[in-house]
Design a protein around this ligand. Structure first.
Ligand code: NAD
Ligand code: 44H
Length: 379
């Protein structure tokens, strides 16, 4: 049986990427440090993906197993040696941590076989596979690096499916929204995977996704949090916040339309479809999940700051994006390590210095001034 090894047996791992490999006839080995999930995968060898709809249509996912990357390094290396695909959905900040083990797997593999391995990071981050590749290369010797050509391929991708935190302790089953899109950038003729879309150029797809789905989501999460809401769909019942989302997505939309020559009508329909997805009442998706890791989300290339800087460069409006950045700076959820750290930094250094350090924005830039104005009125 063809083999896929997937790092991150969490919501997207089990609920989307791993499920597509299994449905395409692969055995999927999930690699994770969550001992309970790994044990259960090895006991059950299957789980269910349930759609967040009225009917809860359910698909059984088979041929799955698990390995713990902390305690079963040698087994992970063996699995990489035999795999066709190596994917991740583990969180952008974790990629540097898993790269050394992947590098060891690749080193052993290229000694043993000329078969091709396709590496794809499925994270909400522009160029995530390129970043993972850099970390892997740092851990390879020159002889191995020379053997990568035509043996190990690295493809960037964009991944879209809302999978909330699961409310079913002790079960591997995953509730997911019906919609999904997995776009992979390559010109190679690669083994086909059900549900994977191949494109020559990823930039318009990942930017459209990140700066519409994830920007919109972040706006709802941060304004919802401030308003004391607990879920995304509940927050959208607030008309003021819904209109804030629409105004912000008009700003990212104007940038995307100009940058990629998108059709305005089609893009407006894309926005409406996404807002419809956010309203799904069966998902029960928490504002604290969607707002998680605010320092990552305030990064210079991420969903709030990048469209604001691009809009500014293009002479377009960015005031609603600045307001969303201000709302993100007020996300003080105590169970989120980045939120706690960010609040400490703001207290110590003030907003302008934090925006410089976290978002790469100059202290006297127009965006920083606009963010501070909104921050003062929101707090
Ligand atoms: N959930 C979604 O709606 C969604 C949609 C699209 C993309 N994504 C992206 O997919 C990625 C994963 O998100 P998720 O929602 O599935 O998160 P998640 O927390 O459900 O899953 C992450 C998994 O990684 C594991 N992990 C963390 N650190 C690890 C380490 N050092 N070694 C091994 N395993 C480790 C965790 O135990 C967990 O099982 C993120 O980049 C996210 O942005 C998520
Ligand atoms: O995963 P994050 O933390 O980058 O972003 C939170 C959500 O916006 C995200 O997980 C979406 O649900 C997902 O990107 C939908 O495709």
């Amino acid at each position: 049986m063809k083999q896929a090894v997937h790092f991150g047996a969490g919501n997207i791992g089990r609920g989307f990427i791993g499920a597509l490999f299994s449905q395409s006839g692969y055995h999927v080995t999930f690699v994770d440090l969550a001992e309970q999930i790994i044990n259960q995968l090895n006991e059950d060898h299957s789980y269910h993906v349930k759609l967040a709809t009225d009917q809860q249509e359910t698909t059984e996912i088979n041929n799955v197993s698990g390995l713990n990357n902390m305690t079963q390094e040698q087994e992970v290396i063996e699995t990489i040696t035999n795999a066709t695909y190596l994917t991740t959905a583990i969180g952008p900040n974790i990629l540097p941590k898993i790269a050394p083990l992947i590098a060891r797997g690749i080193s052993q593999r290229v000694q043993n076989t000329d078969d091709k391995l396709y590496v794809i990071a499925c994270e909400n981050q522009i160029g995530a596979t390129d970043i993972l590749k850099e970390h892997i290369l740092e851990n390879l010797d020159e002889a191995t690096k020379e053997k990568l050509d035509e043996r190990v391929y690295f493809f960037n991708s964009a991944v879209d499916r809302i999978v909330p935190i699961q409310d079913n302790q002790g079960s591997l089953d995953v509730l997911v929204e019906p919609y999904f899109e997995w776009v992979v950038e390559t010109s190679e003729d690669i083994p086909s995977i059900e549900g994977m879309t191949i494109v020559d150029e990823l930039a318009p797809f990942i930017e459209r996704k990140l700066f519409t789905v994830n920007t919109g989501h972040a706006v709802i999460a941060y304004f919802g949090y401030i308003a004391g809401k607990s879920t995304i769909d509940q927050t959208l019942a607030d008309e003021e916040i819904t209109s804030q989302v629409q105004e912000t997505l008009k700003e990212t939309g104007d940038y995307l339309i100009q940058q990629y020559g998108l059709n305005r009508e089609e893009h407006l329909q894309y926005i409406e479809k996404i807002i419809g997805r956010f309203k799904n009442p069966y998902l029960n998706d928490g504002v604290t999940r969607v707002g998680r890791a605010p320092m990552r989300k305030l990064g210079p290339e991420d969903r709030l700051v990048r469209p604001a800087t691009e809009a500014k460069k293009a002479g377009l409006s960015y005031t609603n994006l600045a307001k969303a950045i201000a709302a993100a700076l007020l996300f003080d959820f105590q169970e989120d390590d980045e939120a706690v750290k960010l609040q400490g930094m703001i207290k110590e250094q003030g907003v302008a210095k934090v925006l410089k350090e976290v978002s790469g924005l100059d202290e006297d830039s127009g965006i920083t001034k606009e963010v501070i104005k909104h921050y003062e009125s929101l707090k």
